[in-house]
Design a protein around this ligand. Structure first.
Ligand SMILES: *Cc1c(COP(=O)(O)O)cnc(C)c1O
Length: 439
């Protein structure tokens, strides 16, 4: 059994997280429930940030809030002194509602709307990561209208795709994001940005993938970008003050995953960026990174109650829980793998292999295939680990299932930060057939 962060088996023989017994969490908040180990989030945040500080590199570590965005989470990110990435008006609104310092907010996305750009400019956020030519023009016109100057990065696609253990080199990347670095698009965008009175071009951004376990992809991307920066220094006299290498740092979902520590990612990235800057006689730029999953993923655990069972003799044993693809769509969407234990009796002997089904009316609603477990019974608590990233943030109301609450645990205290949805919430936006709406 691999336990993350502060998770341990307590003297009652129960799974405990953040000093709080999960059986008590279930009694207090019901199931399903997302539980976050706050000490572990802080540890990860410091692993990234303090490495830059220790090595004397100007940096911003921006939490990619799409992984898990709520007011309390954004406040925690602020407590740890990180920056914040948002990718929509809704995530920006969440950041503003949490009073997050606007100068540390960065706005991403491949199709930001006029309203979203206006909102970003009105609130004077720290940086807009411009994705395409349409956005360059739209943002310029918003700035003209509002007599503002926007700090921007240009998102480029360096022709490197990184996934877990391998990376793929492509001449031109087939991606919906960013300006192609190789075919001249990125150079035109740099030129346009430099010529604009309304744009302050800080530098370049790239994001090469997710669940990446080493730094090879980041290093190759940095090299490709520096080669171009050198050309643009000569051509346009442009020097990048910021190099943003994105996120995608991997976590351990199952025993097949073996990520390196945050400090190691940062050390190796710094080493390469310094070497490249020196090779081209450039000032070492500020390095920005954008971890999402690696800050919150393994800090999240979902607790479910076991319900029905179906044995298909000689084929499979299905155990159903009281949630599923409505609170964790990743197994259905990406065949994502998870580990789980019985939280109320984790030390009982393993007796059978079961597959964990959700309660949604969809055959694909399976959470885990072939999980070794003690003989589980109705009302046992199943703890599924590593659900902190892209779990709650992708939760939905399929089958009109209310979304679960979110509980932060730290130092023996449990703190409700998102309440459970009710059936009233489910019909809150519905209008009856006879109702007339003035809108
Ligand atoms: C999604 C995303 C991230 C975070 O990715 P993780 O795999 O969660 O670390 C960072 N930057 C950008 C631009 C992204 O789109």
């Amino acid at each position: 059994m691999f336990l993350h962060g502060t998770s341990r088996i307590n003297k009652n023989g129960h799974l405990e997280i953040g000093g709080v017994d999960t059986v008590e969490i279930v009694e207090q908040f019901g199931t399903p429930v997302y539980v976050y180990d706050i000490a572990l989030i802080r540890e990860r945040a410091r692993g990234f940030k303090e490495t830059f500080d220790r090595l004397g590199i100007n940096a911003q570590v921006a939490y990619a809030s799409k992984a898990f965005s709520t007011v309390a989470m954004v406040q925690l990110v602020d407590q740890e002194g990180l920056s914040l990435d948002v990718v929509s008006g809704g995530e920006l609104y969440t950041a503003l509602a949490a009073d997050f310092p606007v100068e540390r907010i960065h706005f991403h996305g491949n199709n930001k709307s006029l309203e979203e750009l206006e909102m970003a400019i009105e609130h004077q956020i720290g940086c807009i990561v411009v994705d395409n030519f349409y956005e360059l023009e739209l943002l310029t016109s918003v700035c003209e209208m509002k007599q503002a100057k926007a700090k921007i990065l240009l998102r480029v696609t360096p022709g490197i795709e990184a996934h877990t253990h391998d990376y793929i080199l492509t001449g031109q990347e087939d991606s919906k994001f960013g300006f192609d670095l190789q075919n001249g698009q990125a150079a035109s965008a740099v030129k346009m940005a430099l010529e604009s009175n309304h744009l302050d071009l800080l530098g370049l951004h790239c994001h090469i993938g997710s669940q990446i376990f080493d730094t090879t992809g980041f290093i190759l991307a940095a090299r490709k970008i520096f080669t171009k920066l050198n050309e643009w220094k000569n051509e346009f006299g442009f020097e990048s003050t910021v190099l943003n290498l994105g996120g995608g740092f991997g976590i351990r979902y199952t025993k097949e995953d073996d990520p390196i520590a945050p400090s190691q990612y940062v050390e190796e990235i710094i080493k390469e960026v310094k070497a490249q800057a020196n090779a081209f006689s450039m000032t070492v730029p500020e390095i920005w990174i954008e971890p999402g999953r690696s800050l919150v993923g393994d800090a999240g655990t979902t607790l479910y109650k076991i319900g029905s069972r179906k044995d298909v003799p000689n084929v499979r044993k299905y155990l159903a829980v009281d949630g599923g693809m409505s609170d964790n769509i990743r197994p259905a969407l990406y065949e994502a793998k998870y580990e789980a234990i019985l939280a109320n009796r984790p030390l009982d002997e393993v007796e059978e292999t079961v597959s964990i089904a959700g309660k949604c009316c969809e055959s694909g609603d399976m959470l885990i295939w072939d999980l070794p477990l003690p003989k589980a019974e109705n009302n046992d608590i199943l703890a599924v680990f590593c659900t902190g990233a892209y779990g709650y943030s992708m939760a939905n109301n399929y089958n009109r299932i209310p979304r679960p609450p979110v509980v932060f645990v730290e130092n023996g205290l449990a703190h409700l930060v998102v309440r459970r949805e009710t059936f009233e919430d489910i019909v809150r936006f519905d209008l009856s057939l006879s109702q007339k709406v003035n809108n």
